[in-house]
Each structure stands twice: as C-alpha cells, then as structure tokens.
Design a protein around this ligand. Structure first.
Ligand code: ZN
Length: 423
C-alpha cells in the first residue's frame, strides 16, 4: 500500500532514539494520522528492575581529516553515530580512533546499527570499505550530544469500545533510519488504528502503544499496571514490511484466543506462513508475556528479526519495504480484529430439537446456490454448538465454514431470538 510506504519514507530521515526530540517528532507525525496522546516518564524513575535513562539529543557528529573534510558525518546517515554516544571533542590518530569505528567485514557496503544506552560510550559506524580506506593521520572527532535529565516519551492511541475489555497493539518507535525494523510496525499500527476508528462501533477498546523497544514497553507496563487486567488480547507488530513470509509467534500462553485467531487467519489465507512457539526473546512481547503479567500477546512479523541479512544495518532501508507486504500485514491484522470482535459464545434458546427456521424467514437468503446452502449449514452448526462453551471460531473450524458465514448465521439467529450471547 503506497500510502503506508510514503508514511515510512516521511519518518525514515528522523534521528530517533529511546528518548529525545527525534522520538517526539516521530510521535507528532503519527499524531497527524490518529488521535495520539503522549506521556513523559522522567529520567531516573524506576520501572521494575529498570531506570529511565537521561535524555539523549544530538546536534552534530563527525570525523574530519587534517584538511577539515568530514569523512564521517551523521548528516549523511543517522547510523554513522553510535546511538546514545556521550559528547566528545578530540583530536586523535587513526590508530587511536579505530577501536571506536564499527563496520561489517562480511557486508562491506553496509553501515551497522549500534547503540550504547546503558553504558557511557561513544563511537562511529561506517562501511567496512570506507573504514579500510581511511588514510593514517590525525582526525578531529566531534560528537555534539547532550545527556541530561529529561523524559522518555510514550505514545498511545485509545479507541474506546462498548466494553472496556481491551486489545493491546504495540510497536517500537526508537530505531533511527531503519525501515522494516521498525517503521513498518508503526505504519501497520497507524493504518489498523485508522481502520478501527472508521468502524461505526467497536466491541473492544483498542490501545495502540508506540514506545521505545524494551525500556519503553517496561515503562508503559509500570505506568499502566492497574489497567492491565482489562487486556484480553494483544499483538506486537514488528518487521512487517519486507517481502518475506509472514510469521506469527505465539504468546507465552500458547493457546490464548489471539493465538487461535492468528493461526486461523494465516491458515485460512492459504498462503505460506509460519507459526512459531513462544520464546522469551524477541520484541516487546517478552515484557508483556513476562510471568508477572503473562498477558495474551503474540507477535506478528514477516521475516523474523536477525533472519534477514539487512537486519540492523543501513540496508534495512525503504527499498526493503514492499508496499504489498505492508498492505498484506495490515490485511491480516484487520482479519484478526474482525474475528476477535465477532468471536463470542452463544446459548441456543430452542435447544430441544431443531427449531423451524422456515417460519422465521431463515431460508430466504440472497446469493448463489452454494452460498445459500453453506449459510443453511452454518445455521445448523451454530444452533448445535451454541451451548455456552463453544465460541464461533471453534464452530467455524469444526464446520469448515468461513468465520464470516458462521458469524452471519449467529447474527441472523440472534435477531429471531433463537440465540443469545452467553455471559
Ligand atoms: Zn531492532
């Protein structure tokens, strides 16, 4: 989808980090599309075992040769500076500088992405080809950064539903000039929020959480602990824009409703996909699924992190993002949400023998012969299994009838008072 790709292109040049003005600008851009609110969590605040770091901002960073020419310049690529570098002004020889220069010998044309959030350090990243070509001599090194008490900015979009039971959608927002990881997650989350905002009515309340990776999710959990009991389903979106096969990583609960729904969506798509078991590593699902919370939160990806060579390098750029893949990831999320919204348990109000459907007008459906027949079958399946125990998704799988048809049958039966939602 071109609009989503354009959105990523707009955010790509911003120098983001886990705190600072680049993060705020990014959230402000998201706020142009969806009703976003922000919360600042102060530096030094304890969040479980973690502490919010000082705020980092960068004005300039470069390495200049003896002629004053900038041979490495953050103005050319945001990945050139190690994210969270402390301020530096120094003159040094190439040999003194070299331990501070990071490159990828196996990928000599790509710039690596390096961070040092929790240890005072500094450095530059560059292509291996460039590193090898730097002539001996003295170099001027400048990192004009600030590390000061400030805040970590968390963004949130809340779309209220008829119930305060909540669906959590989370994506990280802290990577500078990396596209699949994780502008793609922001784009799919924003467009999913737009879709949900356009619905006339929502059963669930949706909370879209745009936070820095790891520390941001931890801070959000610490800040929202009393409300976490309302979370019924959740999804972390990450790396959802490359052309690779879609992957769903189960929640720690493994068979939560979101796990069943995602499996159903991917299997019924008929497209290649992989369902992965939970592991306590990966994206922010590992915070949401930590045993003290154990929230039913899975993770949707395309090629998993670390499994594509461009991961955490300058080659994770806008060309790696496919508008079709972004659109497909969004379509899978929309399909999942549609099932979550409709997946209820019902009770058959006329359980002794089959009710007479004809006298209630349930034989007159529009559509082709096969569709009509499938709808008739769906009515029987829903009546038979609406015992308060089986949800509509269970019935759809058992009947091998599309969820949408089963849901339409349940709606029709509820309308003629043959069915009521189970409590
Ligand atoms: Zn990453």
């Amino acid at each position: 989808m071109k609009e989503m790709h354009d959105f990523c292109a707009g955010l790509y040049p911003i120098l983001r980090s886990i705190t600072g003005d680049g993060l705020r600008r990014t959230l402000a851009e998201i706020g142009r599309h969806v009703p976003l609110t922000t919360t600042e969590i102060s530096s030094g605040r304890a969040c479980f075992d973690w502490t919010i770091p000082r705020e980092w901002n960068l004005r300039d960073a470069y390495v200049a040769n003896e002629r004053g020419e900038r041979v490495i310049d953050v103005a050319r690529h945001n990945l050139h500076v190690v994210n969270y570098s402390v301020p530096v002004r120094a003159s040094m020889t190439l040999d003194e500088l070299k331990p501070r220069l990071h490159s990828l010998p196996d990928r000599p044309d790509w710039i690596p992405y390096r961070t040092s959030y929790y240890k005072d350090d500094w450095g530059f990243c560059l292509t291996h080809r460039q590193k090898e070509s730097l002539p001996p001599g003295r170099y001027e090194v400048v990192i004009d950064s600030t590390l000061q008490p400030g805040g970590m900015t968390l963004g949130e979009v809340v779309l209220p539903g008829t119930s305060d039971e909540t669906v959590l959608i989370s994506t990280h927002t802290c990577h500078p000039s990396l596209a699949n990881d994780n502008l793609s997650g922001m784009a799919v989350a924003v467009w999913l929020a737009k879709h949900l905002a356009s619905l006339p009515q929502r059963r669930y309340t949706y909370r879209f959480v745009f936070v820095p990776g790891t520390i941001g999710a931890i801070a959000w959990l610490a800040h929202n602990e009393p409300q976490l009991v309302r979370i019924r389903h959740g999804l972390v979106l990450s790396g959802v824009g490359d052309a690779g096969q879609i992957h769903y990583k189960r929640s720690r609960q493994e068979t939560a409703e979101i796990d069943q729904v995602m499996q159903y969506v991917l299997e019924s798509s008929g497209e290649p996909h992989t369902i992965m078991p939970f592991i306590p590593y990966g994206y922010d699902e590992r915070q949401y699924c930590s045993p003290g919370f154990d929230l039913p939160v899975g993770c949707l990806m395309r090629t998993p992190f670390g499994k594509y060579p461009q991961y955490h390098t300058s080659a994770d750029n806008l060309e790696l993002l496919s508008p079709e893949a972004l659109g497909d990831s969004l379509a899978k999320c929309i399909a999942a949400v549609e099932i979550l919204e409709g997946n209820r348990r019902y009770v058959n109000l006329n359980p002794k023998c089959e009710p007479l459907l004809g006298k209630r007008g349930l034989y007159s459906t529009t559509g082709g012969e096969n569709e009509t027949k499938q709808f008739q079958m769906a009515l029987l399946w829903v009546l038979s299994y609406s015992d308060g125990k089986h949800a509509l998704l269970d019935i759809a799988k058992r009947a091998e009838i599309p969820f949408r048809t089963i849901k339409a049958a349940a709606d029709a039966l509820e309308k003629v008072e043959l069915l009521r939602p189970a409590q």
